[in-house]
Ligand binder design. Structure first.
Ligand SMILES: [Zn+2]
Length: 293
């Protein structure tokens, strides 16, 4: 399945089977962020070949949400960027909401009302913005009645961010969900439902978590912004956005190594070309092997 999006990126949906779960790569459009911010201390001479910048130094990023289906569960992993953006911000971030999460679901034959749970890794605006839509001048949940699970600390920070964090959160993204009684906070390592487990790591943000799908040795890992694209798989390739770089290095070293050693399927939120890939060791470095069909 392919949907053309000529102005920014092209969505290539992928599917994979993991421990009885059918995992489908969805998309809530594309945006562009500053290449230097996405690559931190990595020299431009390195990253420019991997993620070529435009004239304004921004690089193309996707918003790849994922659908995990098993039994009666149709779980949406991550909440997109949404379309509640004024022209100024839309221009700065080059936000292109084509396809929207609803359109992407439609393309793979799933109606929004079929979603049973939503699980979020953290509450930055590009990870939860699509969960609320404006209707008759009011903000309402896009998936009415569907519970949304997010790290408790992320919910708290989103509702009242300090100046360091303010640019990354919008309280309005969660208010309508909370008022509807749909929002549940989690912390540490938590089983959201059988076969869906979250691990709170921190580093990138206060409570950023990875989401594991499956059981035993057969698992997929949603990397969130811990590893935003397949190009960021070397542990020192840490974004300038990360709050606690030392923590990021430590959790990235541990979890990237673990994913490689266990053969987990990686799900990459921001990669515009490779939404699913396994990480493998190659000497002291890591390499990717794209996966899914
Ligand atoms: Zn983030």
């Amino acid at each position: 399945m392919t949907q053309e999006n000529v102005s920014t990126g092209t969505w290539h949906s992928r599917t994979a089977q993991v421990a009885g779960w059918k995992i489908t790569a969805l998309c809530d459009g594309f945006l562009r962020l500053d290449g230097g911010a996405m690559w931190g201390v990595v020299p431009a001479a390195f990253w420019r070949t991997m993620t070529p910048p435009a004239e304004d130094n921004t690089i193309l990023l996707a918003l790849n949400c994922f659908l995990a289906e098993r039994g009666e569960h149709k779980v949406l992993i991550e909440g997109g960027v949404g379309d509640r953006w004024n022209e100024k911000l839309r221009g700065i971030y080059h936000i292109n909401n084509n396809p929207s999460i609803t359109q992407a679901l439609g393309t793979v034959g799933v109606a929004p009302e079929e979603i049973t749970e939503v699980v979020l890794s953290h509450c930055h605006w590009d990870h939860c913005g699509a969960l609320v839509v404006e209707q008759d001048g009011q903000l309402v949940p896009r998936f009415p009645g569907v519970p949304v699970y997010a790290p408790a600390i992320e919910i708290a920070v989103c509702q009242n961010p300090d100046p360091v964090r303010a640019a990354s959160y919008r309280a309005e993204d969660l208010e309508a969900l909370e008022q509807a009684g749909l929002l549940t906070g989690y912390q540490g390592t938590t089983e959201i439902l059988p076969g869906i487990e979250v691990h709170e790591l921190g580093g990138h943000s206060d409570g950023v978590s990875v989401i594991l799908i499956g059981e035993g040795s057969e698992r997929a890992i949603f990397w969130a912004d811990v590893v935003p694209t397949t190009h960021h798989i070397q542990p020192p390739y840490i974004m300038a956005y990360d709050l606690d770089v030392a923590r990021s290095y430590s959790v990235r070293s541990e979890w990237i190594g673990r994913a490689a050693d266990e053969g987990w399927l990686g799900l990459f939120y921001h990669d515009p070309e490779t939404s699913m890939a396994r990480i493998e060791r190659s000497g002291k470095r890591f390499v990717v092997a794209p996966a899914g069909i």
